[in-house]
Design a binder for this molecule. Structure first.
Ligand code: HEM
Length: 533
């Protein structure tokens, strides 16, 4: 201290104040960041006991590998590259099926073995989503997918009855009607050499979820120029642009970028639309209450049951205003988002696999003929769906090879032990469902499409966490029964009418690491009328 006083005494007065200020800034910097750095250093020591690749630049972590490969021009698209690097790492660490990696200074641990994934998903304390999900907040707020803690628990309890089997049955007419429109659209496209099946199916699943979640007909299959559809695509596209550009992660930088401005404009349109639908429906419910025509909260008539999700929330809001209209908006947007792209990809990938395998296609069509005979128009019933046993296997196998949600992320709020390794609080758990489904010990020749893997005799004895297209545990997919029913109705209606042939072999398909697993260049299918023997 004497030295400092002597030094300050020897410099001119006006510089004195500056020296003291700079000295104090340095001290507060050290005091603020040293504990954080010590915590990070200890965390690094613990995490580095898990197998993984080393890196030179501590600020970039293993992300620098992606940049090096991009610079080496091995592959141009960073999205494709990310997906391939992720799978490459999984192959390197295939023995323990666990590895660490550093996403910048953030530690992550990847899992793709049933026993380790079970520890994470069964835990009642690991319920918080990883930070990547926060990019969804402007759109979905803290709805069911992104929320955690008591908010998530309350919402999950409130919404679960809307997915009860009895309620889902009333959506079957919607699945039928919309998939019959899809069949007509495909019939018109038969003269084309091929169609990108994803484009057709996505409009169909969007119409289905709009009618089921909001109770309104959007008719996007008829009106592909719908402003709602345009905004929805724009929001999805800008969201992905942000995900793959780390410099746009800070909200302020994103909002002033051209991507952020386009995102915010379309988002405002989407939110306005959802809010208007909710307000209109609330007014209708209040009017029927006032006129005494309301059939109580048990939702008796068919039309009302079809709107179960929105009605359930509005009815709850009217008796308990702590569930606000904005809360309802978050949930409706969540269901619109989670409920159409996932099913569209499930249907499209499965049709693609069926289109590569004439043996499987014939088996499915034989099963459909045993249910419907030559009738290609009769609406599908719940009994028919139950009888589609081989179709069930074909769909499950499709979701095994191409799970619509290939990765799931969780953030640890306390230390846990997995596979003998300690994972400290703050670690991101990266559950690689895509590679979990390619474990040759569970699924021999994992790249082969073989629906027989899901025959009851082959499923018995399989580890319950070996196959997880809908995740598992407390935060599993609330819409899984809805999705399976919808997918069966749509695929059945297509294959009752058409023979499908996929034009691109498996090794020509490149995959994007987006929120859902999608092929870079679409899926080309030739559609021909079915000729019965
Ligand atoms: C093939 C179709 C589908 C697949 C593969 C799928 C897959 C998944 C997965 C893996 C999760 C867990 C995500 C995570 O933990 O981050 C999830 C959650 C969720 N899914 Fe699905 N999903 C599908 C269809 C649907 C449908 C049709 C709906 C709504 C009608 C839906 C609504 C949700 C919601 C709201 C959540 C969040 C649940 C919670 O955290 O409590 N999903 N889905």
């Amino acid at each position: 201290m004497n030295g400092l006083t002597a030094f300050l005494g020897s410099v001119p007065g006006y510089l004195n104040d500056w020296c003291v200020t700079i000295f104090l800034i340095c001290v507060s910097f050290v005091l603020t960041f040293t504990p954080a750095w010590i915590r990070w250093y200890n965390m690094r020591k613990t995490i580095n006991k898990i197998p993984g690749m080393d890196f030179r630049n501590p600020f970039m972590g293993n992300t620098s590998l992606v940049i090096q490969l991009k610079e080496a021009r091995t592959i141009d698209n960073i999205n494709l590259l990310l997906f391939q690097v992720t799978c490459g790492f999984a192959h390197l660490f295939h023995e323990e099926r666990i590895y660490r990696f550093w996403n910048g200074i953030r530690p992550s641990v990847a899992f793709f073995k049933p026993e380790t994934i079970e520890v994470i998903l069964r835990s009642s304390t690991v319920l918080e989503k990883s930070t990547e999900y926060s990019f969804l907040h402007p759109w979905l707020g803290s709805g069911l997918l992104t929320s955690f803690g008591s908010k998530w628990r309350k919402r999950r309890k409130l919404l679960t009855p809307a997915f009860h089997f009895r309620i889902l049955e009333d959506f079957i007419p919607v699945f039928n009607e919309q998939s019959q429109i899809l069949v007509e659209k495909l019939r018109q496209a038969q003269s084309e050499k091929w169609v990108d099946i994803i484009k057709y199916v996505t409009l169909c699943t969007l119409d289905i979820i709009c009618e089921s979640a909001m109770g309104i007909r959007m008719c996007t299959q008829e009106n592909t120029e719908s402003p709602y559809l345009k905004s929805l695509y724009e929001v999805g596209e800008m969201f992905v642009c942000r995900m793959i550009r780390p410099w746009l992660w800070p909200t302020i930088l994103f909002s002033i970028s051209s991507y952020g401005r386009r995102f915010n404009k379309s988002l405002a349109e989407l939110h306005n639309f959802t809010r208007t639908v909710i307000l209109n429906r609330k007014a209708q419910i209040l009017m029927s209450r006032a006129s005494g025509k309301e059939q109580d909260g048990t939702i008796e008539n068919k039309l009302k049951r079809r709107q179960a999700l929105l009605d359930l929330m509005i009815t709850h809001h009217l008796s308990d205003p702590s569930l606000t209209l904005e809360d309802i908006r978050e949930e409706v947007d969540t269901f619109m988002f989670e409920g159409h792209d996932t099913t569209a990809m499930g249907i499209s990938w499965t049709l693609y696999l069926i289109g590569l395998d004439s043996f499987v296609q014939k088996k499915i069509q034989d099963e459909l003929d045993s249910i419907f005979g030559n009738d290609t128009e009769r609406s599908i019933t719940i009994e028919d769906i139950k009888n589609m046993k081989y179709m069930d296997c074909a769909l499950k196998e499709g979701l095994r090879i191409f799970p619509s949600v290939p990765f799931i992320g969780r953030t640890l709020r306390e230390d846990i032990i997995v596979n003998g390794y300690c994972l400290p609080q703050g670690t991101t758990c990266f559950l690689n469902i895509y590679m979990l489904h390619r474990n040759p010990e569970v699924f021999p020749n994992p790249e082969i499409y073989d629906p027989d893997r899901f025959l009851p005799e082959h499923v018995t004895g399989r580890h319950p966490y070996a196959y997880l297209p809908f995740s598992a545990g407390p935060r599993n997919c609330i819409g899984q029964k809805f999705a399976m029913m919808e997918e069966k109705v749509v695929i059945a209606n297509i294959l009752r009418n058409f023979k499908v042939t996929s034009l691109d072999p498996r090794d020509k398909i490149k995959m994007d690491a987006e929120l859902v697993l999608r092929p870079k260049q679409g899926l080309r299918l030739r559609i021909e009328p079915r000729v019965r023997e």
